[in-house]
Design a protein around this ligand. Sequence first.
Ligand code: TYM
Length: 329
Amino acid sequence: RPRVLSGIQPTAGSFHLGNYLGAVRQWVALQEAHDAFYCVVDLHAITVEQDPKVLRQNTRVSAAQLLALGIDPDRATLFVQSHVPEHAQLGWVMQCLTGFGEASRMTQFKDKSARQEQSVGVGLFTYPILQAADILLYQAHYVPVGEDQRQHLELTRDLATRFNSRYGKTFRLPEPYIVKDTAKIFDLQDPTSKMSKSVPGGVVELLEDPKRSAKKIRSAVTDTGREILFDAENKPGVSNLLTIYSALTGRTVESLVADYDGKGYGDLKKDLGEVFTEWVTPVQQRVKTYLDDVASLDKILARGAERAREVAAGTLRRTYDKIGFVLPE
Ligand code: TYM
């Protein structure tokens, strides 16, 4: 079975609708026919300052959300990145392979460091290189992510190619798995920029009170005119709402447009608020159930880490050998 790997940061606690529609929804679908590895990337989270208590809690909250959203720990390997030390170890090897200029071209670093108020750490700079290690350790065929991760995937492929040509074939070149329709969910208050936890505005959080979400949806910025049409260029606000509506209900955008013919933006937004509430309410209940039994949750994660380590340790050992390290007996 083809291998899949992806990761999500625990930084914010709650995932937002962009995380779910852009990535996690695909994780759930892919676990059926693929050998899937999904991790909560706590090593990545500390590239900006974290309160230890909050980080520990948010890591569990993230794992609980993945389970509540449909990740099945009997099918997929669900784990916490820091439980598998090979990530940091291969990360170092990859750092030694990356050009300074190459790392400097990462646009997400430029955005994040520009927004950062405290001093910017070196870890934020080398962040995509650790991400490459995450992927290459598992010899993943596909990496399901949103559009914003495309450049990091290109770096990953470049590093794998470089390593392979220098030391002999070691890593598989992973393909990004990006579902076009939902690859970029936009902010409800600014439908020209992506929904993002680091730019709070019109961000719909999965764990907030659904009443609050419905209100955010009702007050989403829409466009001039009054017709409900999908036109990402000229009607980014309405188009974003249609994308979300379609993804949550499984209905096509065309059928929604036909249904809302003659109705107004207000109707669409009110209905979408209800659709979201209905979808998210049982998810929230399941999250709560997982968090009420932390011992069982931690056990699921321990089992995942054990499975992940079996694969990761093998890749790291082969890598060390190729490099010319004396392998410990
Ligand atoms: P993170 O935690 O920022 O986001 C998790 C996933 O959500 C996607 N996403 C979106 N998709 C559509 N529309 C949006 N508005 C939106 N916002 C976020 C992201 O593309 C991502 O797929 N660097 C990664 C985490 C990571 C990783 C990895 C991913 C670490 N190691 C290895 C894949 C493979 C990140 O910061 O994701």
